[in-house]
Design a protein. Structure first.
Length: 283
């Protein structure tokens, strides 16, 4: 979730075809993308989609993530898999592919598939940011649920859902039916992680927590204390697995670092948080 901006006039198509990032606004299949230079980092670029902050990329350092929630997700990943291990990931929602770039750099033996609904945006991002090529990083254009439901069972170690239409995740990607479809694609002990954007009321996060807890034996939540106390709008990371998550001291300690320290809620606290909420369904 991020601040919204008024759309600007798009950059001419001839400029769009140039390799490398170009500041400006660009027409995509689903609206407009705006690419903004990072004033504090000569190698940094901010990507806005339809007026909402979506991604940040450091061209010189794929291991630099400026969005706190992305750092939290990668901290969870690295708590489960040591750097260099083989890893098969599926990222639902591509944008600038910040987290898949990170995974390629941290896990050179990994294979990463990104599902992005906007084909024109996917082409822009490849040209702008010189993304690693398949099989390290493959972008598949399509709707996230449709693609997930076609994948082979037990074929992924990690699924990250980071899909937004504006400030909300499409309902079809939040339901019990979709969560079960994602679980089938995971290997035993695989991890399903979602980025849930919510308001201070936390109604969506509670329902997503209840839905993921109904599908997986183990769950965790990661967010900053003001968010968890209902004092602001922002991001809540919810993860599920059939194996324990963050059960050592390393992950909580790592989450306390950074500009926005985060808390880790264990399975018992997640289930208590979502206890009164109704599980989301397709119906």
């Amino acid at each position: 979730m991020g601040r919204q901006r008024a759309p600007k006039n798009p950059v001419p198509e001839a400029v769009v075809t140039l390799k490398g990032p170009v500041a400006g606004t660009f027409v995509t299949d689903t609206g407009q993308a705006e690419l903004i230079p990072d004033g504090d980092n000569p190698n940094g670029w901010l990507l806005m989609l339809n007026g909402v902050q979506s991604s940040h990329v450091d061209l010189a350092d794929p291991l630099r993530l400026d969005f706190e929630y992305m750092r939290w997700i990668m901290a969870l990943v690295q708590d489960r898999w040591a750097p260099g291990e083989k890893l098969r990931s599926l990222s639902l929602g591509g944008a600038a592919c910040s987290m898949p770039r990170y995974l390629v750099a941290a896990y050179p033996n990994s294979r990463n598939v990104v599902v992005e609904i906007d084909g024109k945006l996917a082409n822009y991002v490849r040209d702008w940011f010189d993304l690693p090529r398949a099989p390290l990083l493959k972008i598949r254009v399509g709707e996230a649920r449709e693609v997930t439901e076609t994948l082979t069972e037990a074929s992924r170690d990690l699924i990250i859902r980071d899909v937004f239409a504006g400030s909300k995740t499409p309902h079809a990607l939040t339901t019990a039916e979709f969560t079960q479809a994602a679980r089938k694609v995971l290997v035993p002990g695989g991890v399903y992680v979602v980025n849930c954007g919510d308001t201070p009321a936390l109604l969506t996060a509670r329902r997503e927590a209840a839905t993921i807890a109904a599908a997986f034996k183990h769950t965790v939540i990661i967010a900053d204390p003001p968010m968890l106390k209902g004092r602001r709008s922002g991001n809540v990371i919810i993860a599920g697995s059939d194996a324990p998550l963050g059960d050592g001291s390393g992950l909580p300690r790592n989450l306390l670092g950074g500009a926005m320290p985060a808390q880790l809620w264990d399975d018992a606290k997640v289930r208590q948080f979502g206890r009164s909420a109704v599980v989301l369904t397709d119906a």
